[in-house]
Write a protein that binds this ligand. Structure first.
Ligand code: F6R
Length: 619
């Protein structure tokens, strides 16, 4: 899995898809490849392990072509090698396939094709697709499109595919089931991509394919169909809406920062503003969330909320649980999407399942939504990427409007998820009559002040945080602790540190320390304590004493004006004082910056940490 880009038209297709691949680099990958065909049907195939520059070197000079597909691969089946890189081809080197997703029954298909005499060059699941298409052509499919349609009938699993065939040098076929694919519309040219970033410099007009849809593109025409079941008669072409991409290449470039991650952390003030814009009537204490209006009645009658998410989005969900219970009085559970799918959770039509996902493409979260639908729950999404799969599968939802998040480690998305969760909890609380406007109005007023408070942290504290990072950069272990609203912040801080600096970091609820982890503590095991002045502050101070007594080096993240905490710890980072329900939106910023500077000091590729991909579209 990772990134797909395809092009058909009058420009040099090889160059165009190569540029697209470069814009997909941020997703993380381990190898890349291109297949191109010129107007006479001559074929060109190149693949390389490592960065796209290695592939580019092999392309020198860039061959001209009118049709090309390309891929960045993040290994799931088979090592990251040239053989396993996409595109994959058939026995005759005529059909070329790039694929995101997983073909679950690939071993069975491969065995059958081997028996029929096909030969394989890779250990990937994808290669079976090229041979299946070859087989369908040999058995009488009238053209490439029909062969692709027949081939995917044999396949179980998920796919976003782009396919070309040297005998049809003016046709590009795309098909999706469970893995995103969109068409970019130009003048006498079309693109296919797994992600709008790949095409945003070329066109802003796109059509998103849904599951089980196939696009057949030529330089002069675009046809989209439902995939047919065997024996079914072809229905009419689908007329699908054209969407506009409303962000620019510049939006997804670094804007003067060294890394995307740094840029995205510094976007915190505008990210909070964008999440709140037009959604608050502060004087009335009301929240407007147009995306939820259609399901208002079902939401009002919900008796239980279950949040499903992965990674950073899951930690936002943990804070969401406290918010929904505090502001809306709604019993709320939270589950990792990957576990929820298999949990025997009791659900009915009075249960609401809320999926939180930056990308809107996380396979586990999509699986969780499908499971919730099967069990009749109302499904909602909090999603950043407009038009992504989650947004199309849930009953209703709220966008983050945080803009594209390019760095693999999520930062600004977390901040916008928390902002949206506060809004959603107040919206529900007001609608269900749990929260009075007297109570909600001051919370909303304070929420509106957060962009300014975040700006203060970013203008004032970066130097200090960098200095603290310098002191700790050679440590191999870290513990992050916090209580109540600060516990998920501690978990997220630890995740950021391990993701990009590769330092082992544990996040723990402060109160749990004495039940085990405190055994680890000595002077070599530093602890970062998220300790704003909140309702559990004195308890957190006791935890700090326990740690100090065991010789721990302690960094505290405290509220401005806290003159006491400095006496008990080695370093203090501060955030402006805000009510505890809102403090995670600010307290995560210094932790993101701390992890960022640790990774920079260790000379890591901050935006593309090893072994990680931006959106995890496999289970
Ligand atoms: C961490 C990170 C991941 C994602 C997780 C869910 O920095 O980026 O843990 O948060 O893979 O992704 P989404 O939110 O796209 O569903």
């Amino acid at each position: 899995m990772c990134g797909i880009v395809g092009y058909i038209g009058k420009k040099n297709a090889t160059r165009t898809v190569l540029e697209g691949l470069k814009r997909l680099e941020y997703r993380g990958y381990d190898s890349a490849g291109i297949a191109a065909i010129n107007a006479s049907g001559d074929i060109f195939l190149k693949k390389a392990v490592g960065k796209i520059v290695s592939l580019e070197k092999k392309l020198n000079p860039i061959p001209s072509s009118t049709l090309a597909i390309a891929h960045t691969r993040w290994a799931t089946h088979g090592e990251p090698t040239v053989e396993n890189a996409h595109p994959h081809t058939d026995c005759k080197n005529e059909i070329f396939v790039v694929h995101n997703g997983i073909i679950e029954n690939h071993e069975k298909i491969r065995a059958a094709l081997l028996r029929e005499g096909h030969t394989f060059c890779s250990s990937t699941d994808t290669e079976v697709l090229a041979h299946l298409i070859e087989r369908c052509i040999a058995f009488g499919a009238s053209d490439l499109a029909e062969a692709v349609e027949q081939a995917v009938r044999h396949v179980q699993g998920t796919f976003g595919l782009a396919v070309i065939y040297s005998r049809e040098p003016a046709v590009l076929v795309g098909v999706r089931r469970g893995s995103p694919l969109l068409i970019g519309l130009g003048k006498q040219e079309y693109m296919l991509a797994s992600d709008a970033s790949a095409i945003v410099g070329k066109t802003r007009r796109v059509i998103y394919l849904n599951d089980n849809e196939m696009a057949v593109l030529t330089p002069f025409s675009k046809k989209i169909f439902h995939l047919l079941r065997s024996g079914a008669r072809r229905k009419k072409e689908l007329k699908k809406p054209v969407s506009m991409i409303d962000w620019s290449i510049e939006d997804s470039q670094k804007g003067g920062f060294d890394y995307f991650m740094e840029k995205e952390i510094f976007e915190a003030p505008s990210v909070i503003e964008n999440a709140l814009r037009g959604r608050i009537i502060a004087r009335k204490g009301e929240v407007k969330l147009g995306g939820l209006d259609a399901v208002r009645n079902r939401l009002r009658d919900s008796r239980r909320l279950i949040i499903v998410a992965c990674g950073t989005s899951y930690f936002a969900g943990l804070i969401g649980k406290y918010l929904f219970e505090t502001f809306a009085g709604l019993p709320t559970d939270i589950a990792y999407s990957s576990e929820f799918r298999y949990q025997p959770s009791v659900m009915d039509k009075n249960t609401t399942v809320l999926a939180i996902s930056q990308s809107g493409e996380t396979a586990d979260t999509l699986g969780a939504i499908r499971e919730a639908k099967k069990r009749r729950a109302l499904t909602l999404g909090i999603v950043n990427v407009v038009g992504s799969s989650v947004t199309r599968e849930v009953d209703a939802g709220i966008y983050n409007y945080a803009g594209p998040e390019i760095a693999v480690a999520s930062t600004k998305a977390f901040i916008s998820q928390l902002s949206v969760l506060v809004l959603a909890a107040i919206y529900l609380g007001r609608m269900r009559g749990f929260l009075s406007s007297e109570k909600s109005a001051p919370i909303l007023q304070e929420l509106l002040s957060l962009p300014g408070q975040a700006q203060k942290i970013l203008e004032r504290d970066v130097h200090k945080i960098k200095e603290v990072a310098r002191v700790y950069k050679n440590h191999n272990n870290f513990l992050y602790i916090g209580r109540k609203y600060s516990w998920p912040v501690a978990l997220e801080g630890a995740l950021k540190l391990k993701e990009i600096s590769y330092i082992h970091a544990e996040g723990y609820a402060s109160g749990e320390m004495k039940h085990g982890p405190i055994a680890l503590i000595d002077k070599h095991f530093p602890v970062l304590v998220v300790s704003p002045r909140d309702s559990v502050y004195t308890k957190t101070l006791s935890n700090i004493q326990e740690l100090k007594a065991r010789g721990a080096k302690i960094i505290a993240l405290a509220s401005e004006g806290d003159t006491e905490i400095g006496h008990h710890v080695d370093h203090v980072m501060t955030i402006p004082k805000v009510r505890e329900e809102l403090s995670p939106i600010l307290s995560v910023i210094p932790l993101q910056l701390f992890a960022y500077h640790m990774a920079v000091l260790k000379d890591h590729d901050v935006d593309k940490p090893r072994n990680l991909a931006k959106s995890v579209t496999v289970e």
